[in-house]
Design a protein around this ligand. Sequence first.
Ligand code: ATP
Ligand code: MG
Length: 268
Amino acid sequence: MAQPYLSDIDNKAMELRAVQESPLAIRGMTVFYDQKPAIFSVDATFRKGMMTAIIGPNGAGKSTLLKAALGIVKPLAGTATIFGAPLTENRDKLAYVPQRASVDWDFPARVVDVVGMGLYSKLGLLGRYSRAHKAHVMGCLARVGMEDFAGRQIGQLSGGQQQRVFLARALAQDADLYLLDEPFAGVDAATERAIIDVLKDLRADGKTVIAVHHDLSTVTEYFDDALILNMRKVSEGTVAEAFTAEALESAYGGRLDMTGANAIPALG
Ligand SMILES: Nc1ncnc2c1ncn2[C@@H]1O[C@H](COP(=O)(O)OP(=O)(O)OP(=O)(O)O)[C@@H](O)[C@H]1O
Ligand SMILES: [Mg+2]
């Protein structure tokens, strides 16, 4: 039997619906730094209520893709929509945890203040920080096991503790879409477990989680979907569809050892 016929108009309607329904839809995203492309013409449609891993080698443009979607770097071309609308309209629906190396940890602020910053979009500039807000902040710290550190200076925490605090700040925002740049980098097994449990709770609440992720051995266990990137999009879809040996070979080239300790369960 012939394939169902789809006219150009039908295709366009499907594309529009996909963008409308997606928590984050990226189209034609192209970023150059100093005349060199970091990402080139990337399309990605993230699924609502899912956890998606963004995977690729160092320098692949993973952080750049998130920053372009967030308006932190200016793309040469391309668009990003948040729940079908431009970022400017839906900024309060998303929370972002930057890659740890990119944060200045020397700024003088207590843990409770850093997490409280997550509330600014809700309070407005002149909004009052009430007792209820404080309780919300403490609740978010408790979710990541950091309530005992509320009064500590942020610079006086270990790397894994800082990572938890930044996750608590994202939780305080009560967003629908969470973008995390390497949330598990440099944390021990207990902190990784604590963070993944929080992310899975978010998903259970219908939130969407997108995380840059380096540990190929946990992709299948942690994530529903994957986007594999190396300047261009290599693959996109469910983990079973996108996280394939061919895609990894294409993204990492000969640099990936898929035997021994780095063996990927999904790939057998
Ligand atoms: N501000 C910048 N100015 C110039 N070049 C940059 C800048 N930020 C990133 N780059 C370059 O753009 C490319 C993509 O960088 P990006 O940080 O997006 O990679 P990544 O995939 O997040 O890598 P990693 O896994 O190391 O975090 C790299 O070649 C990087 O050197
Ligand atoms: Mg990065």
